[in-house]
Ligand binder design. Sequence first.
Ligand SMILES: Cc1cc2nc3c(=O)[nH]c(=O)nc-3n(C[C@H](O)[C@H](O)[C@H](O)COP(=O)(O)OP(=O)(O)OC[C@H]3O[C@@H](n4cnc5c(N)ncnc54)[C@H](O)[C@@H]3O)c2cc1C
Length: 285
Amino acid sequence: MNTQKLPHIVIVGAGFGGLETAQKLAGAPVQITLIDRHNYHLFQPLLYQIAIAGLVPSQIAYPLRTIFRRQKNLTFQMGEVSAVDFESRYIKMNGSVMAYDYLVLAVGGETNFFGLSTVEENGFQLKSIESATSTRNHMLRMFEQASREVDPDKRKALLTFVVVGGGPTGVETAGALAELITHVMTKDYPEMDLGESRVLLLEATGNVMAAYPDELRQSTMELLESKGVEILLNARLTDYNGRTITAADGSQLEACTLIWTAGVRSAELTDRLGVEQAASRLVRV
Ligand SMILES: Cc1cc2nc3c(=O)[nH]c(=O)nc-3n(C[C@H](O)[C@H](O)[C@H](O)COP(=O)(O)OP(=O)(O)OC[C@H]3O[C@@H](n4cnc5c(N)ncnc54)[C@H](O)[C@@H]3O)c2cc1C
């Protein structure tokens, strides 16, 4: 195959979008370079299972070179794309440049903390293997510390887990956490009274699962409550110092764990493209 004459398609991002695009172009008369900062495809919907120690990372991360082993018109390169020159048609990556004929930007999103810097510093998020794994390690550490903590107030704070954001990810995470405590931790820590533990779901608006019909929202609330999750609606968080959560109405809650699932924005690269952006930094197309 003479690749010299074939159009060169560069796909940046090997998430759902980039992967699907690359696979659809298998067998097409093009030469594809697929680029991602990681050399694996991550199945993000199951990140919450990593956080609650239900799965291990290798179960949701698949090596890209293995996925594309048989696709002859594709090469993979691991790297961070830092800029795009749309006029001269090249991208910058790892200190070098790569020319393209067609460019597919499928860089996905990242967590949006809406400027709440103390939450970003002290809270946890579920957006990557690294962040989900550190959430898991932290939570397991909280149970260990609680098991030898004699001060009841400190113990309660160690066993209070707050999930912020009542969208699908927050609902899944809070429900799974409650199940982890009921089905696993009660058996692993027979010496502890896990009736002291709390899982709270904080939502800034008056509804969980805002985009869903009323009936589903209601049954989601009922199901979560039946698992022991406390749902706080109209609760807008303003500060978190790693121990105390402060809400907009001034109320406070002691919790050593806060998991932020309340917002996403487009990936940082989109800020450097010089293109028109909409809310959450989405690129207008
Ligand atoms: C915890 C969680 C649970 C979710 N649950 C669901 C669900 O149940 N159902 C559902 O439909 N959706 C769910 N989603 C959303 C879903 O995962 C996303 O909509 C989807 O991943 C978006 O696909 P994408 O290809 O646009 O971006 P992504 O999957 O985010 O992929 C983008 C890729 O681009 C790479 N990248 C970014 N910037 C650069 C750069 N500068 N250089 C090189 N590479 C770069 C990243 O490493 C990444 O691999 C969930 C998301 C999360 C975080």
